[in-house]
Write a protein that binds this ligand. Structure first.
Ligand code: GLN
Length: 351
């Protein structure tokens, strides 16, 4: 019998996993991680998830940012980075997509480095909005107005907290911080920035609404511009997984060993991700998956298994809430099979 194209593709995919799952540090080759699950198991579960969901037709690329509508919606990549810096990749993991709202997590982390958690909480807050991520109604209705650092209004307020002599200095500081979390120099995707800057009237409106309530801390349009740049930073799935692994590893980048984020700030960051990381899909996500995560309309989602590692998935088609459909399905599948749910008693060793 002649093997089908599907079968050949599956064999190729399996080979790719096996070939790409190379520990990045020599130490990891000899000492098995005390926390990360066994690599053979992770490999087979990720391969299963990849095959199960690769042809899933649901969802639609974001189109309110014109650039995103043209991205190939069939692209699909999965990357895992563990806290002992083992790297597993499969599919389209070299393609650089815009980080979009996942950037909000790292600007929050930077604001906390500079101001400490209490000031950030007082100035931005951390409550679910129960509304779409770009809702002006939430700004009007909520006592904090800014909602939380992971919706657009709260994120623009958080960006406005970053210190600097001028916009360029603030932006460079943000980009440098993201690069440290990724362990590689990240760059702006200029076309995404231009496309979004030409169409971001809604975010400008949010910034002026925040100004009305004294909940923005620098010039509103300057803050929106820096925020738009931070959303246009390019990452591939592996870089995104490494950024997540930095959060999973108490703020230390597992590849570079650098303490990028203060360890005492990690719990607030992760709990905010659990509460609002998938916007108004966050409740369902917590119910089904039980892991802090963050999505972006570029098609990326990164989920954190504290102490173990992070999984990043890139697949552009989104659901109604603006979350990648395939990424949610893959992470739910992998988290269930590997018993990552934080709220499962067995995840902390209870029978
Ligand atoms: N840059 C996008 C915006 O401001 C980010 C939204 C998202 O990823 N959910 O609308």
């Amino acid at each position: 019998m002649v093997p089908s194209r599907m079968l050949i593709k599956s064999i190729l995919a399996a080979t790719l996993v096996a070939a790409s799952f190379l520990p990045s540090v020599v130490a990891a080759q000899t000492a098995r991680s005390p926390v990360a699950p066994r690599r053979e198991l992770v490999e087979s579960v990720v391969r299963e998830a990849y095959e199960k969901f690769r042809s899933d037709p649901s969802g639609k690329n974001a189109d309110y940012i014109p650039y995103l509508a043209q991205v190939d919606s069939k692209m699909f990549g999965i990357a895992i980075v563990t806290t002992d810096n083992q790297v597993l990749t499969l599919g389209d993991v070299k393609y650089s997509f815009s980080i979009q709202s996942i950037s909000k997590v790292f600007t929050l982390a930077l604001a906390m480095e500079e101001l400490g958690p209490d000031k950030v909480f007082a100035k931005v807050g951390s409550e679910p909005t129960g509304r779409p991520f770009n809702s002006p109604l939430a700004v009007v209705d909520m006592p904090s107005h800014s909602g939380n650092p992971l919706v657009n209004a709260g994120a623009i307020a958080t960006t406005s907290l970053i210190s600097g002599q001028n916009a360029a200095e603030k932006w460079n500081k943000i980009l440098d911080f993201y690069s440290k979390a990724a362990g590689e120099k990240l760059v702006l995707i200029d076309e995404v920035y231009k496309s979004e800057a030409a169409t971001n009237t809604g975010n400008k409106a949010l910034s002026y609404l925040l100004a009305k309530y004294d909940r923005i801390y620098a010039d509103p349009f300057e803050s929106v511009d820096i925020y738009t740049k931070q959303c246009s930073v390019g990452v591939n799935a592996t870089q995104l997984a490494r950024m997540g692994a930095t959060l999973a590893n108490n703020g230390i980048n597992p590849a570079t060993g650098e303490q990028v984020i203060k360890r005492e700030n990690i719990p607030e960051i992760l709990s905010t991700m659990t509460m609002a990381g998938l916007y108004d899909g966050s409740g369902g996500w917590a119910w089904h998956v039980g892991l802090p995560a963050k999505s972006g309309v570029g098609g990326g989602i990164v989920a954190i298994a504290p102490g173990k590692g992070a999984i990043a998935v890139f697949a552009p088609p989104l659901d109604e809430a603006g979350n990648s459909v395939k990424a949610q399905k893959v992470i739910e599948y992998v988290a269930q099979r590997l018993n990552y749910n934080l709220y499962s008693p067995s995840s902390v060793g209870l029978k």
